[in-house]
Design a binder for this molecule. Structure first.
Ligand SMILES: Nc1ncnc2c1ncn2[C@@H]1O[C@H](COP(=O)(O)OP(=O)(O)OP(=O)(O)O)[C@@H](O)[C@H]1O
Length: 282
């Protein structure tokens, strides 16, 4: 049996090699190779439909038809030992509308760790309420909250039990600029004070500037990875958005060249076939 606890804390939080995912009849992630460093915020950025949610689902172990290697916190993705070590927030806030914010959190705290003493659970609930700045709304029904407040309840659920890895799928969608800034401040605080690793997806490029490292995706592939500074320097761009667009144009040009090459070789092949046909009919 593998002794996961002997793994070094210097190992990446996530390590993927040849990660491939098929959804329906389509391969939506193509042999991805990447790492997510521990204790840092890694932004997963790319246009709608490029595969960000699929990659996150694979990391948390809820995605079917995953092949290749995907290690998370030293164990294979989806391993039962990882359940309490990962917090995951999906795009759709998963809260019960007919329960108050505090009742929602208390319920999820009990589900996460049924054996825990009620007093410990209550402390944890109060802590995460304060983390997401919802203490003053703790008694409100979740169904009566704004979209942004509901998102923060979902985030609070993911923070219960102090997970080592937080996987947040577009956590700032629909939030106003002040809330977005406050949430990013909270993400940085979680990484700095608890040493937690955050994998945060977004298709808003200015959020990339707030991450320690980035995975830029396009059409089921990793276009580039590295720090925002390194990506800007590599492409001679002023912003990560400009760097991303530069890389997209470069990849599209390479696609066209490859398609042209394929087209050329197809034409050559058909000419040769035609010649062979002529030869054989002579
Ligand atoms: N249930 C499904 N069955 C088949 N294909 C799917 C399914 N869900 C998603 N896909 C396809 O997988 C690809 C990746 O989808 P995914 O949701 O991972 O993208 P995304 O980058 O997270 O998009 P968004 O930013 O819009 O959430 C898309 O082309 C999508 O059409």
């Amino acid at each position: 049996m593998v002794n996961y606890s002997s793994r070094s804390s210097e190992d990446p939080a996530v390590h993927a090699r040849d990660l491939t995912v098929v959804r329906g009849r389509r391969t939506v992630l193509h042999r991805l190779r990447f790492t997510v460093p521990r204790g840092r915020i890694t932004g997963l950025l790319g246009p709608s439909g490029c595969g960000k949610s699929t990659l996150m689902r694979a990391v948390v172990g809820t995605q079917a038809k995953v092949t290749g290697t995907l290690d998370v916190l030293g164990a294979p993705a989806g391993h039962p030992l990882l359940r309490t070590r990962i917090g995951y927030v999906t795009q759709a806030p998963s809260v019960y509308d007919d329960l108050t914010v505090r009742q929602n959190l208390d319920y999820f705290a009990a589900v996460l760790d049924p054996g825990r003493a009620a007093a410990d659970r209550r402390d944890d609930v109060e802590r995460v309420l304060a983390d997401v700045d919802l203490t003053s709304h703790a008694g409100a029904l979740a169904g009566a909250l704004s979209g942004g407040q509901r998102s923060r309840v979902s985030l609070a659920v993911a923070l219960l039990g102090t997970p080592e890895l937080l996987v947040l799928d577009e956590p700032t969608v629909g939030l106003d600029p002040v809330l977005r800034r406050d949430l990013w401040a909270l993400f940085h605080d979680i990484a700095a004070s608890r040493g937690a690793t955050l994998l945060v997806s977004s298709h808003v490029m200015d959020e990339a500037e707030r991450c320690h490292s980035l995975l830029l995706m396009r059409a089921g592939e990793i276009l580039a990875d590295g720090t925002p500074d390194a990506l800007r320097a590599r492409t001679g761009s002023d912003t990560v958005e400009a760097a991303f667009l530069h890389l997209v144009d470069e990849a599209a040009a390479a696609d066209r060249t490859n398609a042209g090459g394929t087209e050329e070789s197809r034409t050559e092949e058909s000419r040769a076939n035609a010649d062979r046909t002529k030869e054989s009919t002579r």
